[in-house]
Write a protein that binds this ligand. Structure first.
Ligand code: 5RP
Length: 262
C-alpha cells in the first residue's frame, strides 16, 4: 500500500498517535470503536509488538476486540478488569465543555459503560466533530427489541416537552433488517438538529421503559485531542482548562500503514 492517506485520515491518525502518550506499561486501557479509535488500536498494537508496551485492552465492541487481537493487544473483559486507567475513543460531536454525542458506530452502550469505569476518558477526533451546540448529528438511543415501536412513540412524545429543533426519529437499519447492537438491541436515531439542554434530555430519555441508554456523554470526557490533516494536534483538557498544541509526524516507516487492512 502506498503512503497515501486522505486529509481526514491523517487528522484521525494524528489525534490517535498523540493519544498514545497517555498509555503506559501496566495500564488497563479502554479501546473505543470507530475509524478514529481503529487508528489508536493500530498505533498501540505497534507499540506492543515493537516497543515492549505491556497493556491490557478492554474493547468497547466485538469489532474493536477483533482488531485488538489482530494487532497483538492482549484483551480482557470489563468484568475481569473492573476499573480502567484510561479509555480512548472517538466521538460524533463534542462541544466546548467536552460533552459528546457518540454511537454513530452503534457501540454507545459498551462505550459509555467502559468510559465511566475509567479514571480518565480521552476523545480523539478530527476538527469536523467540533460543534457549538450538540444535536446536528442524530442522537442514537439504544432500545430493547421487545416493544420497540411503542418505545419509539414514547420517545417522540417525550421530545415534545424538550428544547430541541427537530423531533423525527428513525430505526437504524442494516439493509432491510434492523441494525442489532453487540448487546442484541436496536438503535433509534433522534433527528433533533439542536439540543438545548443535553443533561435533562439525557435523563428524560433514559427514564422511558425500553430505553437502555442514549449517546449523550455528559461530564464523562476529560480530554479531547483534535487532529488536523497537516499533522497539527490540539490537546484540550477540561479539568485544568489547558490547551496544548503540537504536531505529529507521518512516517512512511510506520508499519500500521502497511500491515493491517482497515
Ligand atoms: C461508535 C462511536 C464512534 O466513536 C463515533 O461514531 C466516531 O466514529 P469515527 O471515529 O469513525 O468518526 O461512537 O459507536
Amino acid at each position: 500500500m502506498s503512503f497515501e492517506l486522505s486529509p481526514i485520515d491523517k487528522a484521525k491518525f494524528a489525534a490517535a498517535k498523540r493519544a498514545t502518550a497517555y498509555v503506559k506499561s501496566g495500564m488497563r486501557v479502554g479501546l473505543g470503536t470507530g475509524s478514529t479509535a481503529a487508528w489508536l488500536v493500530k498505533c498501540l498494537g505497534e507499540m506492543v509488538r515493537e516497543e515492549g508496551l505491556r497493556i491490557s485492552g478492554v474493547p468497547t465492541s466485538s469489532r474493536t476486540a477483533q482488531l485488538a487481537r489482530e494487532v497483538g493487544i492482549p484483551v480482557m473483559s470489563l468484568d475481569e478488569a473492573r476499573w480502567l486507567d484510561v479509555t480512548i475513543d472517538g466521538a460524533d460531536e463534542f462541544d466546548a465543555n467536552l460533552n459528546l454525542i457518540k454511537g454513530g458506530g452503534g457501540a454507545l452502550l459498551q462505550e459509555k459503560i467502559v468510559a465511566t469505569a475509567s479514571d480518565q476518558m480521552i476523545v480523539i477526533a478530527d476538527i469536523s466533530k467540533q460543534v457549538e451546540t450538540l444535536g446536528a448529528f442524530p442522537l442514537p438511543v439504544e432500545v430493547v427489541p421487545f416493544g420497540w415501536r411503542t418505545t419509539k412513540v414514547l420517545i417522540e412524545e417525550t421530545l415534545i416537552g424538550l428544547d430541541v429543533l427537530g423531533r423525527s426519529t428513525s430505526l437504524r437499519m442494516n439493509g432491510d433488517v434492523p441494525y442489532v447492537t453487540d448487546e442484541g438491541n436496536y438503535i433509534v436515531d433522534l433527528h433533533l438538529n439542536r439540543i438545548g439542554h443535553s443533561r435533562s434530555l439525557s435523563l428524560m430519555i433514559n427514564q422511558i421503559p425500553g430505553v437502555v441508554e442514549n449517546g449523550l456523554f455528559i461530564d464523562i470526557c476529560d480530554v479531547v485531542i483534535v487532529g488536523y490533516g497537516d499533522g497539527r494536534v490540539e490537546v484540550r483538557d477540561i479539568n485544568n482548562g489547558s490547551v496544548e498544541r503540537g504536531r505529529v509526524d507521518f512516517l512512511e516507516a510506520d508499519n500500521i500503514f502497511t500491515d493491517i487492512a482497515d
